[in-house]
Design a protein around this ligand. Structure first.
Ligand SMILES: NC(=O)c1ccc[n+]([C@@H]2O[C@H](COP(=O)([O-])OP(=O)(O)OC[C@H]3O[C@@H](n4cnc5c(N)ncnc54)[C@H](OP(=O)(O)O)[C@@H]3O)[C@@H](O)[C@H]2O)c1
Length: 270
């Protein structure tokens, strides 16, 4: 289950997976079959990701690693050195994917300043792919115009059945930008949506598995997380769940535009 950029569709989010417990959770994920770990400079989990990959015994090439540049590291001259620190933390020579975590709040750093540094990081071989997170269509267009032939490979944003972000997701897919869903299981509240509960019951599945299977069917990447081994394993089983076209159409109707991550300094969403 990979896409045009060889990004495994099932990833493991590492927000809050800190310390020994965090490493154990990542090891459970890797043993279960997850081959994609999502971290960020701001999560303070890069070291844990590096240790989990080492301890798993897997080859570096077997695990897709994403990190995200913190907003404090977007200014001129700051991004590359911060990414070198991330590589040190992760104990790897190259990221698979490096994202701009958020557009600079209130445009304090002009977009061109950090997009050009991201292109330089790619040129230096510090990252195989580049992308963004929490970018709007207008920001994607501005960034791609700056990058020229170097493709924005990914946009990571909030997407689950309650916030389907259809305009942005459709734009990304049309432009060949892969979509990563964060909060892909809406933090465990989807059992309260009758349509999803019914589909889950029909398949003997959990509502979270249904949400993930829906996202995979749409061609998206999803990065759920859990502190619990049983949930890490059960979420992974979504990779085996096939929904019918009618079920996918039903899930499309439950979109409420219900956004959770919405800081005051964030962009004006599409
Ligand atoms: N780019 C960005 O700006 C951004 C923003 C937010 C998140 N992210 C990324 O996206 C990842 C996922 O986001 P998220 O953690 O906020 O949301 P999520 O994956 O939708 O939900 C995780 C929460 O749901 C619970 N959970 C997990 N599996 C469950 C299950 N099967 N049944 C019921 N509850 C379940 C977990 O609690 P337990 O631990 O108790 O299981 C955890 O509190 C993050 O780890 C991070 O990597 C990126």
């Amino acid at each position: 289950m990979k896409n045009q950029y060889d990004i495994p569709q099932m990833g493991f989010g590492t927000f809050a997976r800190k310390g020994g417990d965090g490493i154990e959770a990542m090891l459970v994920a890797l043993e279960t079959g997850y081959r994609h770990l999502d971290t960020a400079q701001d999560y303070g989990t890069e070291t844990e990701v590096g240790q989990a990959v080492q301890r798993s015994g897997l080859n570096r090439d077997d695990v897709f690693i994403t990190t995200k540049i913190a907003t404090g590291n977007l200014g001129a001259g700051a991004l590359i050195s911060s990414l070198r620190q991330s590589l040190d933390n992760l104990q790897v020579d190259q990221l698979d994917l490096t994202l701009i975590h958020w557009p600079s709040p209130n445009n304090a750093v002009p977009l061109a300043v950090y997009i050009e540094q991201l292109a330089e990081a790619h040129e230096l071989g510090l990252t195989r792919l580049i992308g963004v997170s929490n970018f709007t269509i207008a920001m994607l267009e501005e960034a791609q115009a700056i990058l020229g032939d170097l493709k924005i490979a990914n946009n990571q944003f909030e997407l689950n059945p309650l916030l389907q972000n259809k305009k942005l997701a459709n734009y990304c897919i049309k432009m060949g930008i892969s979509v990563t869903c964060y909060l892909p299981i809406a933090r465990g509240i989807l059992g309260g949506v009758p349509e999803i509960a019914q589909i889950a019951a029909r398949h003997g599945a959990t509502p979270e598995q249904v949400a993930l299977a829906f996202e995979f069917a749409k061609g998206y990447i999803a990065i759920p997380t859990s502190s619990r081994a049983d949930r890490i394993r059960s979420n992974y089983l979504a990779t085996k769940l096939v929904l019918s076209a009618a079920e996918i159409a039903t899930i499309e109707t439950v979109d409420r535009g219900q956004r959770v991550i919405d800081p005051a300094w964030g962009p004006d969403w599409d």
